[in-house]
Structure formats: structure tokens, C-alpha cells
Design a protein around this ligand. Structure first.
Ligand code: PLP
Length: 381
């Protein structure tokens, strides 16, 4: 069966060049970057070269990049690190209602430890309500977390405006750019953020490696304690091969973004037009969006069954729902946008990537139309 992968926001396949870079490190660089001998120096050089590439991708200096074991760790490191360094005055944290669980659940943990955690509302288009943010900033929070692009809808947030508001009240701002890197140009200075989270496996790098940009001078405490790696900001022997692969993926993302983005946007728009031609289909999330993502609800259809039916037809897509303790939780993102529960439960996310073709998009749209029709006829019978 021909398989079509339209779930690149969940993860991207390794780019062959990235795989080659990773393999070469695994095979030929056995040293520990902390060792001072030749072997250690080889490993150190691989890590530092990657740090430069990742820094360049987001307009940071290499010294501001801390490698982590992924986007979740980067978000947790930022939230917990800032919370631990904040004085007794700043005991509030704000995050948008549509953040990834890596932010929301980490903040929930801080709430259990006595922090005041508040969620900032979003409009029906999925963009943060800046008036609500401004009001909540009166509590002078220690940190505001606002993602650059949403993983479910692709909606891009007004991070630079939020950063200005946050800084005016003395708050730091964390930007989760995990879904934006490689899809949008990112410049930490233009965004005006203090912290920015990245993950390699969303940009054709390996899983389990990421980074946190920490603006020079940002007050935060180390989250993992142990050795002095990463300038005392993240203890533990570095994942040298993963980091080198992340560096290569970041370099490729920077080189290819300007050609990838318009091609993906055209494919996504074509797919979306075909999907929206299905009776009862509607798009979720407003503009601006990243070029590869489309979130669509199909009236009267259970997204979970639709996703499974599409999988049997060889098409991989995602529902916004998360499976928590065996129960399917409806998407907190679509709920926060005020979508009625039936529409939330009927939504699918399509996320395209570099290897997708126009033929795949057309074939996937036919498969969706057929699966929707079949689900509806089963419901009617
Ligand atoms: N933040 C966002 C917006 C994401 O989409 C994801 C992954 O889906 C993460 C954080 C977590 O990244 P990782 O899978 O590298 O832990």
C-alpha cells in the first residue's frame, strides 16, 4: 500500500544529510566533550560547531544556546529555571491558553508548589488576546510563556508585541518556537524574547535533542544538577551525535526555508481547498499561519475514527486529542478558541513536509472525502 505521511508536526523524518552527519559522529568521535585530550577535543568541536548553526538559525550568539534533551526539557528548563531564580515578589506565571502541554503541565506543577499560574485567553482565530495579557500583567508575573506557532493549528502568535508588554511590567518572556523553527524566519532580537525553546525532531533532526536560547544576563537557575556542562546550565554528558545532527538540521533548515516555505504553502493551500470542498468541512484557526499546517473539522464525524480509517487507507494525520490515562481528552487548543465540543471532536490536523508531493496531497484529499462519507453513512445506518 502507498503510504502518505501528513503528520510532520508530530515529527519529521531524518534528513539523509543529517543521518550521515550523526552516523559519522557515532562512528568516528568516541570522546567525551569534557575530556581535555584529543578525543575530547574532537567531540567538543562537533558540539560547538552545532551550537553555532543552531544559534545562527535564531539570530543568537552561540554562548546563548543550551542543548537539552528536546523541546519539553527546554520549556521545563525555562519555566523552572526562572521560577527558581525569581525573588519572593514574583510568584505569578502567565501562559497562553494554547501552549503545548510541555508548558501548561510544567506550569501546573509549579502551581502545585504555590505559584499563581494564569492562562491568557485566545480569540476564535487562535491568537492571544493582548488586552487580556496586558490586564493580567498587572500582577507583575515573573514569566510569560507564548509560543511562536501552534502545533495544532499552525497559528502564529504576536510574540514581539507580547514581549514588549511583558518587559514593560518587568516580566521575562519564554517563546516556544518548536513548531516555528524551519518554517518561519526567527530572530530572537526582533522577537525580543528572553528564552526560546527548540526541538531537533521537528526540523528533520533526531528525536531527544533540543535547545533553549537564554538571552545573555537572564536570571535562571540550573534545572539539572551535576557536572559543569553547558556553562553550568545543563548538567550531563552531551548527546554529541544528536547535537551534531541537530546542528546539521538547523543549517539545512536555514538554507532551505525560503524555498521550502512557498512550496509547502502552495501544497497546503491546495490540500485545504480540496478538504474544504467536502460538505460540512470548516477550517480551524485564523491567519497568519505556518505554511505547512491545516486544521479542519468535518461535521458529524468522530475525528478519532476518521484518523484510524485514514490510517487503514495509508494516510497518516493527527487528531488534536491527547490520550491521557486511557481517556481521549478533547484538544485544549480548539476548546480555548471557543469551538463547540462537537466541532472539536471532529477535527483533524494535516501537517505537510519537504517530501510531500502534489499527487500525495490530491490522493490524501480523495481518501479523506471517502472516509468522511463512509463515517457519515455508518452513522446514518
Ligand atoms: N512545544 C511544541 C509546540 C511542540 O509541538 C512540541 C512537540 O510536539 C514540544 C514543545 C515538545 O518537544 P519534544 O517532543 O522535543 O519534547
Amino acid at each position: 500500500m502507498r503510504r502518505i505521511y501528513l503528520d510532520h508536526n508530530a515529527t519529521t523524518p531524518l534528513d539523509p544529510e543529517v543521518l550521515a552527519a550523526m552516523q559519522s559522529v557515532l562512528e568516528s568521535i568516541p570522546g567525551n566533550p569534557s575530556s581535555l585530550h584529543w578525543y575530547g577535543q574532537q567531540a567538543r568541536a562537533a558540539v560547538e560547531e552545532a551550537r553555532e548553526s543552531v544559534a545562527r538559525l535564531v539570530g543568537a550568539t552561540p554562548a546563548e544556546i543550551v542543548f537539552t534533551a528536546g523541546g519539553t526539557e527546554a520549556d521545563n528548563m525555562a519555566l523552572r529555571g526562572v521560577a527558581a531564580a525569581a525573588g519572593p515578589g514574583g510568584r505569578t506565571i502567565l501562559h497562553s491558553a494554547v501552549e503545548h502541554h510541555a508548558v501548561i503541565h510544567c506550569a501546573r506543577g509549579l502551581a502545585e508548589e504555590g505559584w499563581q499560574v494564569e492562562s491568557v485567553r485566545v480569540g476564535a482565530d487562535g491568537r492571544i488576546d493582548l488586552d487580556d495579557l496586558a490586564r493580567r500583567l498587572d500582577s507583575r508575573p515573573a514569566l510569560v510563556a507564548l509560543m511562536l506557532a501552534n502545533n495544532e493549528t499552525g497559528v502564529i502568535q504576536p510574540v514581539a508585541e507580547a514581549a514588549r508588554l511583558a518587559h514593560a511590567q518587568g516580566a521575562l518572556i519564554l517563546c516556544d518556537a518548536v513548531q516555528a523553527a524551519g518554517k518561519l524566519p526567527i530572530d530572537v532580537a526582533e522577537l525580543g524574547v528572553d528564552l526560546l525553546a527548540l526541538s531537533a525532531h521537528k526540523l528533520y533532526g533526531p528525536k531527544g535533542v533540543g535547545a533553549l536560547y537564554v538571552r545573555r544576563g537572564t536570571r535562571m537557575k540550573a534545572f539539572l544538577r551535576g557536572g559543569a556542562q553547558e556553562r553550568n546550565r545543563r548538567a550531563g554528558t552531551e548527546n554529541v551525535a544528536g547535537i551534531a545532527a541537530f546542528g546539521r538540521a538547523a543549517r539545512l533548515a536555514a538554507e532551505r526555508r525560503s524555498s521550502d516555505a512557498p512550496r509547502l504553502a502552495a501544497l497546503r493551500d491546495d490540500l485545504e481547498a480540496r478538504l474544504l470542498a467536502i460538505p460540512g468541512a470548516s477550517r480551524n484557526g485564523g491567519d497568519p499561519r505556518v505554511p505547512n499546517t491545516s486544521n479542519v473539522s468535518f461535521e458529524g464525524v468522530e475525528a478519532e475514527s476518521l484518523m484510524l480509517a485514514l490510517d487503514l487507507a495509508g494516510v497518516a494525520v493527527a487528531t488534536g486529542a491527547a490520550c491521557a490515562s486511557g481517556a481521549v481528552e478533547p484538544s485544549h487548543v480548539l476548546k480555548a478558541m471557543g469551538l463547540p465540543p462537537a466541532r472539536v471532536q471532529a477535527s483533524l490536523r494535516f501537517s505537510l513536509g519537504r517530501a510531500n508531493s502534489a499527487e500525495e496531497v490530491a490522493a490524501a484529499a480523495v481518501a479523506v472525502a471517502q472516509a468522511v462519507e463512509r463515517q457519515r453513512s455508518l452513522r446514518r445506518s
